[in-house]
Design a protein around this ligand. Structure first.
Ligand code: GLV
Ligand code: MN
Ligand code: MN
Ligand code: MN
Length: 421
């Protein structure tokens, strides 16, 4: 199939990304946009506006995934999708996830502008909450879409205010009569989706360091998340003698160092572990910490090795709790398999890269993405563009208009191939 000549402006997408960044709970350049908050709703409104302006048909599902659809000549053909997320962890930047949404809209808009009529429907999706910030659970929109989220499990989750997921969804104008109905309303299957592509910043330094323009992702590493809570009895910081204490934060400190030790003991640089969230209570200078609630993130390209680390981390938490006479609660929040890219979408991306004469390499994604779950229902692949110094999940995250233009162009040409004409 001859590939269409497209007019894509990286500068325009860049400007739209910076406008989207203004919907933030922290002042720019930091971006904080948490699931179903006012700023999340403002961002959704802007995304729907851009979809409409690009000539796409907008629809939303019960969990809040937002679709922009370019109809195909064969409405019965499984759709070809692209997309990513617009939520942002606290004090993040303007490009993570958002590029795949705004860039996806630009790609479909550019195809439509030149009169490209796909055979299969083409759709761009803004997934609900790829980030785990509010409920501890990552990728809730794409998990629900892939049928990888149980209602019974989702019912156990609460945010810091004690709200349930369904309450939060309803507050934002989504949800359904029950959690199960909400999940059913977001569900798609292999019959609905023929292929999926995600454009993303690399979030690592390899492309920039090697002077390459594009990365073709062959696999996504396996992530796991654990919640760990140590509880002691607290007490007065002056009057409570050291030998009588069971200080929850000291158990947490010992545990965090143990996580680092266990990860390093694998001897593999592909294994990483982070105790990224700490909440100490009562968090007062003159009080012995009574509770420490932690969240732990463990990843590896090798799922078995990742599982081994998770098991050791949990065993070490139990040992520390016993030695320090604190109570322990642990919960495996998620422990997902890795994803391998599909042949057809990877080949479509590679053909687009070749057509445009870009430099590229194949690589593994160490970060997770909604593609981890889309890969469970459709052949899926990702394309990365460089980001400055590999920075991500920080306010100085940056991708240039030139790199963005190349990424969107590759995406658009690959989508055109997969959707046919
Ligand atoms: C997602 O943002 C991740 O932590 O990889
Ligand atoms: Mn992220
Ligand atoms: Mn992302
Ligand atoms: Mn991510």
């Amino acid at each position: 199939m001859p590939l269409p000549q497209l007019d894509i402006s990286g500068q325009l997408v860049f400007d739209q990304l910076l406008h989207l960044a203004t919907f933030s709970d922290d002042p720019n350049p930091a971006v904080t946009r948490i699931l179903f908050t006012d700023q999340d709703l403002n961002a959704r409104a802007y995304v729907k506006q851009l979809m409409t302006e690009a000539g796409l048909i907008v629809r939303e599902d019960t969990i809040g995934n937002v679709y922009g659809v370019l109809e195909g000549s064969d409405p019965t053909a499984p759709a070809v999708g692209t997309g990513s997320h617009c939520d942002a962890i606290p004090l993040a930047g303007a490009f993570d996830g958002t590029l795949g949404v705004i860039g996806g809209i630009a790609a479909l808009g550019a195809l439509r502008d030149v009169g490209f009529r796909p055979r299969a429907p083409l759709e761009v999706v803004m997934f609900t909450s790829e980030e785990p910030t509010r409920f501890g659970l990552s990728c809730s929109g794409s998990r629900a879409m892939a049928g990888a989220l149980e209602g019974d499990y989702l019912a156990t989750l609460r945010d810091v205010n004690g709200s349930s997921y369904l309450e939060a969804a309803r507050g934002a104008g989504y949800g359904a009569a029950s959690l199960d109905a909400m999940l059913a309303g977001a569900r798609r299957t292999r019959a609905d989706l023929g292929a999926f592509l995600e454009l993303h910043i690399e979030q690592g330094p390899a492309l920039e360091a090697e002077g390459l323009q594009v990365g073709l992702v062959t696999a996504i590493a396996a992530p796991a998340a654990l919640a760990v809570r140590f509880s002691g009895d607290g007490g007065h910081a002056g009057a409570h003698l050291m030998h009588l204490r069971n200080d929850a934060s000291l158990a947490a400190a010992e545990f965090a160092l143990a996580v680092e030790r266990i990860v390093l003991a694998t001897g593999s640089e592909d294994t990483v572990g982070t105790v990224g969230r700490w909440e100490v209570s009562p968090n007062a200078v003159n009080s012995v910490p009574r509770e420490a609630a932690l969240e732990v993130d463990v990843r590896d390209v090798d799922a078995d090795r990742r599982d081994g680390v998770v098991a050791e981390v949990l065993a070490e938490a139990a040992r520390i709790a016993e030695a320090r006479r604190v109570r322990l609660e642990t919960r495996v929040v998620s422990q997902d398999p890795p994803a391998a890219s599909g042949e057809a979408p990877l080949a479509a991306l590679a053909a687009a890269v070749e057509h445009l004469g870009l430099t590229s390499r194949r690589m593994v994604s160490r970060a997770y993405h909604d593609s981890l779950f889309m890969a469970q229902i459709a052949p899926t692949a990702m394309v990365f563009i460089p980001c400055r110094h590999g920075y991500s999940h920080r306010p100085d995250e940056y991708a240039s208009p030139e790199d963005i233009e190349r990424g969107v162009h590759v995406l658009a040409l690959a989508l055109a191939q997969l959707a046919g004409d």
